[in-house]
Design a protein around this ligand. Structure first.
Ligand code: ADP
Length: 360
């Protein structure tokens, strides 16, 4: 488990299979199994065991799938799929969307757009969503990577991966590289155990960013919940020099997020989104999405119980017409889904923002 950082389920299955193959190959090499023979001798069968060494041998051959290729996505998230965060959206429009869409205008006016933008704030507040929306609205390609997945145990592998990501992005420009959980690869130099690896990765990332020429059509957006542990070198001019706080939503923003997530939901008259917004202090966008999903499921559970089985199976009109999400469904959902942002957490981000403003 320790040495398979970045492996997904399918990779682990491949690894186990490969380890078994290592054993077979070894026995064939040693002449204990004859591939031409009809069967394997009983004593050999009894001896068949996959050892630790076989696993390590297999590890040389199986890479986590995330490392094998850089995937280019074309996201489909629009600004109005994001509730609240109006100022953040405006800032991203100007800092990323406009330069990608109107590079000539920026050149003519002599404005240098940022190469890197860092979105920071509590988890589930819409950072990924924002990055995808900028890509969609700028008609840019989108390459998403997660910090932990870049951290590869193979020497040199992580740097190669970063070079590959930037090469692909330049090829696919206009393109946005989104690095989620950047704190995983960027603990301030000299403070972490994996010091050497992260140093090299950061250096590679900085080299690539420094190498982006003006108007290259490539912008890097990174996201983190822990802006305080980032290597300061990442935040210098020409790198991630635009820091944007993505806060937990206030009441008005929560109302907007509730609207987004109930947009295509049949709501009963007694559902009051304003009131729900008022009562969900500390809930992030992700929490509110979960509340809405849970409320809808409550409606389904309720109706499934009340409709005869035949009507259910053919998804009759009668059944579908009954599917309306009520106030009570939301009440139940609120009991189940709890807020994920505490006052303490909000204070932490507020203080970080203030300190930053004082410095700059
Ligand atoms: P983060 O990257 O900040 O951890 P995400 O962007 O991945 O958060 O958000 C997770 C999910 O939560 C989104 O897919 C969306 O359903 C919901 N969500 C979060 N913030 C918002 C928002 N401001 N408006 C609408 N939905 C949101």
């Amino acid at each position: 488990a320790e040495v398979t950082h970045g492996f997904v389920g399918a990779d682990l299955a491949a690894l186990a299979r490969e380890a078994a193959m290592v054993v077979l190959r070894r026995l064939i090499n040693e002449g204990k199994i004859n591939p031409e023979a009809e069967s394997i001798p009983r004593e050999v069968l009894e001896e068949l065991k996959v050892t630790k060494r076989d696993f390590y041998e297999a590890l040389k051959m199986v890479e986590p799938s995330a490392l094998r290729e850089v995937l280019i996505e074309v996201p489909n998230v629009h600004w109005d799929d994001i509730g609240g965060l109006e100022e953040v959206k405006q800032e991203l429009r100007e800092a990323v969307e406009w330069p990608l869409k109107y590079p000539k205008a920026f050149k003519k006016l002599g404005i240098t757009p940022p190469k890197g933008v860092l979105l920071y704030g509590p988890p589930g507040t819409g950072k990924t969503l924002l990055a995808k929306a900028v890509a969609t609205e700028s008609e840019a390609n989108f390459i998403a990577v997660r910090g932990p997945e870049v951290l590869s145990k193979w020497v040199g592998e992580s740097e190669k991966r970063i070079r590959e990501i930037f090469r692909k992005a330049r090829q696919a420009a206009p393109a946005i590289i989104f690095i989620d959980e950047i704190d995983a690869i960027a603990p301030a130099r000299g403070t972490s155990e994996g010091e050497k690896v992260t140093d090299r990765i950061i250096n590679q990332l900085l080299t690539e960013m420094d190498g982006l020429v003006e108007n290259s059509g490539v912008v890097v957006i990174a996201a983190t919940n822990r802006p305080d542990i980032l290597d300061p070198a990442l935040l210098r001019p020409g790198r991630f020099d635009r820091l944007i706080l993505v806060p937990a939503p206030d009441e008005e923003a929560r109302f907007e997020i509730f609207k987004v997530h109930t947009r295509s939901m049949p709501l009963a008259d007694d559902v009051d989104l304003r009131e729900l917004a008022r009562r969900t202090e500390g809930y992030t966008g992700a929490d509110i999405a979960a509340v809405c999903r849970e409320a809808a499921l409550n409606a389904l559970r309720r109706v499934v119980k009340s409709v005869p089985k035949e009507k259910l199976e053919e998804e009759s009109e009668e059944f579908l017409n009954k599917l309306v999400v009520t106030r009570k469904d939301f009440e139940e959902a609120l009991k189940k889904v709890k807020p994920s942002v505490s006052k303490y957490m909000m204070e932490y981000y507020r203080q970080f923002e203030e300190a930053r403003k004082r410095v700059s």
